[in-house]
Design a protein around this ligand. Structure first.
Ligand code: XIL
Length: 481
């Protein structure tokens, strides 16, 4: 008897292939001396573990130096068809010659670093670890946050008169990206922000503070990295509301990444499961169940070569290019092969756990204190008279892509819009956000949802979609009403 084989049911045998099928990347932190074959075989995204940090590449005036390690990594990523996450521009730690620098110098460095690699960097961590430890929900009180000023004393740095190194660094980064017509997306990254709660069910104030930052500065922030260094610290455990927290950030319209994952193999008192492999499964599943969770990166290849080797938190044992897969590896591969939404969420998505401290910045309104980011994309000016125009920026990996579409109003305000796109054959849309959609392949039509139809003259709004296959040469056609 001849058995028929359903090719769609065949499980992938590498992390990157399984992830690509599910519409996300699976990446690794890497260094130039550890670019073994496994890097390109198993992973389709690369984060320089140390080679793009300011202490490596920044001069005291914000110039660049010693970029050869970073270049090696970017080249390796490119020749292995991997996305790159630049890590990191503004950080209190490993700041090197930038330690104590002014915002002007940070801005110089931001410009130099972004322009050095341009769109070869898919994601840049613009600000890393801005928030204090111990679940206080406050900013750090060491440089660069000593530059922050709460002008009206209301307890936050979001007001027009305030000084905020986070806001100003993102504004600068966005200006550089727009001026260069780059596709690079700009991320904020932190740890102990993964769950809605921490040990004992206490609300995660650090996560809430990050949420407020993203909500207030949404117009400059494209993506959020949850580092996901899980261990026994009461604020670093895996909680059952991880997925719900990912979801609430995703609902702001940003991509979410688990950006530096390692999981202590002896989580003892606080974890939500016994074994490391099971814990990896839960974490990967939480991401898979949220459409805008578009990537997972593990913080190294093998336990022995990890920054926290004693926790044995990674997917391989061994070293120096000779690696053995752990149970955790097989669990991750299996979970990725199940794809998105294979199991219902364990907790329903929640609304923000704290009320906003300030109203969200209207994405169509220019920022208060600094020159507004130009509203028109650099490559395609909006229709000069009426109507709307649309541009697409694409992040692609083998087998999948995320497209962000910007709809810009012409010289008159619009109250509704629709965008038509024709996908190449083989490309299929799997998820859409901030738009209604009809069709999923060939010619696909998107239209505004109730909260983003009205766009002021010359301003823009954005929506996005994710798909499988390859999407190149997309030419959006915008129609306004
Ligand atoms: C770590 C590296 O893994 C180590 O090699 C280095 O000595 C210190 O930094 N959060 C981050 C990463 O954003 O840059 C850190 O990487 C781990 C914690």
């Amino acid at each position: 008897m001849v058995q028929s084989i359903d090719p769609a049911a065949a499980a992938e045998t590498t992390l990157r292939a399984a992830a690509a099928n599910a519409g996300l990347f699976f990446g690794v932190a890497a260094s130039p001396n550890r670019l073994y074959p496994v890097v390109g075989q198993e992973f389709n995204q690369l984060t320089p573990e140390n080679d793009m940090k300011p202490d490596r590449i920044a001069t005291s005036s914000g110039g660049l130096q010693n970029t050869s390690g970073a270049d090696t990594l970017v080249n390796h990523a490119q020749s292995n068809n991997m996305l790159v996450r630049g890590h990191t521009l503004v950080w209190h730690s490993q700041a090197g010659a930038l330690q104590g620098a002014s915002q002007a110098t940070l801005n110089t460095f931001i410009g130099n670093a972004i322009n050095r690699w341009g769109s070869r960097i898919a994601y840049w961590d613009v600000v890393n670890e801005a928030l204090e430890d111990n679940n206080t929900g406050r900013r750090r009180n060491q440089w660069p946050h000593t530059m922050n000023r709460d002008a009206n004393g209301d307890g936050d740095f979001f007001d027009a008169g305030d000084t905020d190194v986070i806001r100003d660094s993102f504004i600068r980064a966005k200006q550089v990206v727009q001026a260069g017509g780059l596709t690079t997306k700009l991320c904020i990254n932190d740890y102990d922000v993964e769950g809605l709660t921490v040990q004992g069910g206490t609300q995660n104030r650090k996560a809430n503070a990050l949420y407020d930052i993203v909500r207030n500065y949404r117009q400059y922030i494209d993506c959020v990295g949850f580092q996901a260094h899980f261990n026994d610290n009461p604020n670093s455990i895996i909680t059952s509301d991880l997925q719900a927290n990912i979801q609430r950030f995703a609902d702001l319209g940003v991509e979410v990444h688990l950006s530096e994952v390692d999981i202590d193999d002896d989580l003892s008192n606080n974890d939500i499961g016994a074994g490391q492999a099971e814990n990896y499964r839960k974490v990967v599943r939480a991401c898979l169940n949220v459409a805008k969770c578009t990537g997972i990166t593990v913080w190294g290849i093998s336990d022995s070569e990890s920054w926290r080797s004693s926790e044995r938190g990674l997917l391989f044992t061994g070293g120096n290019g000779s690696y053995q897969k752990k149970a955790a590896y097989h669990a991750v591969l299996d979970e990725l092969n199940k794809g998105r939404n294979s199991t219902p969420p364990t907790t329903p998505p929640v609304t923000p756990s704290v009320p906003p401290t300030t109203p969200p910045v209207d994405p169509t309104t220019p920022p208060p204190t600094t020159p507004p980011v130009t509203s028109a994309p650099p490559t395609t000016p909006p229709n000069p008279t009426t109507g709307c125009s649309a541009t697409v920026s694409l992040n692609s990996w083998t087998g999948g892509f995320v497209a962000t579409v910007r709809v810009t109003a012409g010289t008159s305000p619009i109250t509704g819009w629709s965008v038509q796109l024709t996908l190449p054959s083989g490309a299929t849309v799997t998820n859409t956000w901030n738009a209604n959609r009809s069709g999923s392949s060939g010619t696909v039509q998107f239209s505004n949802v109730n909260y983003n139809g009205s766009v002021n003259a010359g301003q823009y709004t954005e929506f996005g979609f994710q798909g499988s296959g390859t999407a190149t040469g997309l030419t959006p056609v915008c129609t306004a009403s």
